[in-house]
Structures are given as C-alpha cells and as structure tokens.
Ligand binder design. Structure first.
Ligand SMILES: *[C@@H]1O[C@H](CO)[C@@H](O)[C@H](O)[C@H]1NC(C)=O
Ligand SMILES: *[C@@H]1O[C@H](CO)[C@@H](O)[C@H](O)[C@H]1NC(C)=O
Ligand SMILES: *[C@@H]1O[C@H](CO)[C@@H](O)[C@H](O)[C@H]1NC(C)=O
Ligand SMILES: *[C@@H]1O[C@H](CO)[C@@H](O)[C@H](O)[C@H]1NC(C)=O
Length: 251
C-alpha cells in the first residue's frame, strides 16, 4: 500500500516544490507595475530612437519610446532644462535612462513595492555598470541643475518641475561631485553604481549593441539566482522527491 501511494506523494511534493520556486522565475523577463509599463514584455518592432535597443523584448509601448525623447514629455512633464538648456551630450544619457526604466524586462531582481499614487512598484539599487555612470557624469558635468534628488522637492505649480526658490542653479558637479553621487542620488537610489565593468555579466548596461543581444538578460539571471541563494534551499523538496522516485523504482 505504502509503495502504491509513494508516486502520488512524489507528485504532490513536486507540485509543491514547483509552487515554492515561483517567485524566483518571476524575477526574470518581467515588467514592473508602474505608470506606463506593459503587463508583460514582448516584441515592439517600432520602438523609437534610443529605445530601439529593446525592440526584441520590451516593457514599453511605441508611444512611450517616442515621448521619452521629448522635452517636457507627456510621460512625467519633466523639464531637463530647469536651469538652462541641458547639453545634448548630457541629455542623451537621460533619454537612455528613461528608455532603460520604461523598456527593460531585465530589472526584476531590483523591483520593490511602493506606496505611491502613480506607481505600485519601483526599482532600487540596480547595479549600473561603472563606465555607464562615469560617462553620464562626464557628459553632464558642464550642464546646470539646482537639486541632487530629482524625485522630490520641485515646484510643480506651473505643471512641470521648476527649481524651488531656495535652490540655486549650479553646475552638475556642484550637486553631484562624483559619478556615484549622480547615479545613486538623482533617482533616490534606483541605481547603485557597480564596481563591475560593462561586459562582466555582473552589472546592468544602460547602453548596449542590440546586434550582440541584450547583455542584461544574463545579469538579471545571475542576480536572481544569487538572491535566491536560496536556489539550493528551494530545490530541496525537488531533490527529496527525485530520491523517493528513485527508491520506488529500485524497490
Ligand atoms: C500608449 O498607448 C497605450 C495603449 O496603446 C496607453 O495605454 C498608454 O497610456 C499610452 N502611453 C502614453 C505615454 O501615452
Ligand atoms: C499606503 O498609504 C496609504 C495612505 O497613506 C495607507 O492607508 C496604506 O495603508 C498604505 N499601504 C501600505 C501597503 O503601506
Ligand atoms: C513656484 O513657482 C511659482 C511660479 O511658477 C512661484 O510663483 C512660486 O512662488 C513658487 N513657489 C515656490 C515655493 O517656490
Ligand atoms: C572594486 O574593485 C577593485 C578592483 O577590482 C577592488 O580593489 C575594490 O575593493 C572594489 N571596491 C568595492 C567597493 O567593492
């Protein structure tokens, strides 16, 4: 009798194990629950300009990718030129940052729930490759801003962000003395500059050559697995189950 129900038990254990492993698979190939994101990533052949890197698999719609390139876009009514005209070499990094945020399906390991009116989830501490942060900072050094956190504290009375009266305009390197200060602080720690380099498979690239595939897929997989270091803990019921099956077959 015991031997007859063993396979059934195994099946149950396997199903339970599969269920327990679920959160892990949901870290990969996912879109966050925010204002403009698609529910699930998918191909978007016509993604615009700098967002086109993600066209094979994207969390953004075409309209979002077009808006991402506009000044005071309908996405967030954010004025890059709040002090004076932002240098184009600088602005392209902000466009790329917007594309990564809106389009990337590889940010799952860093998605956190938030209690905000305009989004249910955000990204936190995404390990941005150090060169991507460095060039962002270098190209923006000579542009001007009045704040080091661009999420909070603006005067929105005119419908777009204006510098609050107390905040004086200075060069970027006044508010962001280092690349890390820029990348980590500007969006309230959405990024945490990585010590790893582009191509290492251990940091997220804001820029990449889509003809070589999307390097961030591998990076997300790596962090999803190490976060569930767990990979091992969650696999035990499965191993136990396989062992039972083996014993049953041998008996
Ligand atoms: C883009 O279009 C989708 C529907 O196709 C809509 O839900 C979304 O709000 C639009 N986004 C923008 C930025 O207008
Ligand atoms: C979110 O904020 C609202 C209002 O501040 C509060 O009532 C609610 O309990 C919060 N929810 C969570 C999950 O923190
Ligand atoms: C906000 O900006 C408006 C003009 O757009 C100005 O009249 C007002 O004083 C500003 N308020 C603060 C707190 O900076
Ligand atoms: C960054 O990497 C360098 C060399 O690869 C190492 O010496 C340094 O300790 C690392 N820094 C951090 C903060 O991990």
């Amino acid at each position: 009798m015991a031997w007859k129900i063993t396979p059934l038990l195994c099946l149950l254990v396997c199903v339970a194990a599969g269920g327990a492993a679920q959160p892990r698979t949901q870290l990969l190939n996912v879109c966050m629950n925010a204002r403009y994101h698609k529910e699930k990533p998918g191909p978007e052949d016509k993604l615009h300009g700098q967002c086109s890197l993600w066209k094979k698999k994207a969390c953004c719609f075409v309209n979002t990718s077009i808006e991402a390139h506009k000044d005071i876009s309908s996405l967030y009514s954010f004025d890059w030129d709040h002090c004076s005209k932002m240098e184009p070499a600088c602005k392209r990094h902000f466009i790329q940052d917007t594309c990564l945020y809106e389009c990337s399906p590889n940010l799952g390991p860093w998605i956190q729930e938030v209690n905000q009116s305009w989004r249910k989830e955000r990204i936190l501490n995404v390990p941005l490759c150090k060169e991507d942060c460095q060039s962002w900072w270098e190209d923006c050094r000579t542009s001007y801003t009045c704040k080091s956190n661009w999420h909070r504290g603006w005067n929105w009375t005119s419908g777009y962000n204006q510098c609050p009266v107390k905040a004086a305009c200075h060069r970027f390197d006044f508010y962001f003395p280092t690349p890390a200060a820029l990348c980590n602080e500007i969006w309230s720690h959405s990024y945490k500059v990585s010590n790893y380099s582009r191509g290492s498979g251990r940091c997220i690239q804001m820029w990449f050559d889509p003809f070589q595939g999307n390097p961030n897929e591998q990076v997300a997989r790596f962090y999803a697995e190490s976060m569930n270091g767990a990979g091992l803990h969650e696999a035990w019921p499965l191993h136990f189950c396989l062992l039972l099956v083996l014993l049953w077959l041998l008996s």
